[in-house]
Design a protein around this ligand. Structure first.
Ligand code: HEM
Length: 153
């Protein structure tokens, strides 16, 4: 319990944002898993014309960490609107369009999904039962499906 408390309190700042080590550890899990699954995604993240050459470089970029926060916020919004996901449809289609514009392929979202599942599995341990996995997979699948409409539009 003390360790947990400390982990919650220990923090570090990247750019102007302050992260607790707990949050950073989760992001680390996602990032390493993502670039393990699909190293070709690395060059798609370019901020101020810099191109990252390693996951380590990504992790020291405030903009990149911010993107992981953005992904989490979208998932969070989907959980909040679980009963009425269609209310997010327009936002998600637009979000899809933005990703198409930066060169992302719909197929790449599956690597992000697997990285999220990997992180959840590591965090939840045995609590990540097949039912829980199924529920998260469905939720993420619904988000990606809506975003993918941005490619047809
Ligand atoms: C914006 C790349 C997956 C949510 C962006 C941007 C890039 C990018 C380059 C613009 C710069 C930025 O705001 O950081 C990617 C890549 C992905 C990916 C390569 C992997 C396949 C996702 C997923 C979600 C998401 C799965 C959510 C479920 C967002 C949001 C923004 C964004 C909310 C901000 C859009 C805005 O400015 O209105 N993404 N993304 N991204 N991404 Fe992604």
């Amino acid at each position: 319990t003390l360790l947990k408390f400390c982990a919650g309190r220990l923090s570090c700042s990247v750019g102007r944002r302050v992260y607790t080590y707990g949050t950073l550890a989760l992001m680390l899990l996602i990032v390493y898993r993502l670039f393990d699954l699909d190293p070709d995604l690395l060059p798609l993240f370019q901020y101020t014309c810099k191109q990252f050459s390693s996951p380590q470089e990504c992790l020291s970029s405030p903009e990149f960490l911010d993107h992981i926060r953005k992904v989490m916020l979208v998932i969070d919004a989907a959980v909040t609107h679980l009963e009425n996901l269609s209310s997010l449809e327009e936002y998600l289609v637009n979000l899809g369009k933005k990703h198409q514009a930066v060169g992302v392929k719909v197929d790449s979202f599956s690597a992000v999904g697997e990285s999220l599942m990997f992180m959840l599995e590591k965090c939840l341990g045995t609590a990540f039962s097949p039912d829980v996995r199924e529920a998260w997979t469905r939720l993420y699948g619904a988000v990606v499906k809506a975003m993918s409409h941005g490619w047809d539009a």
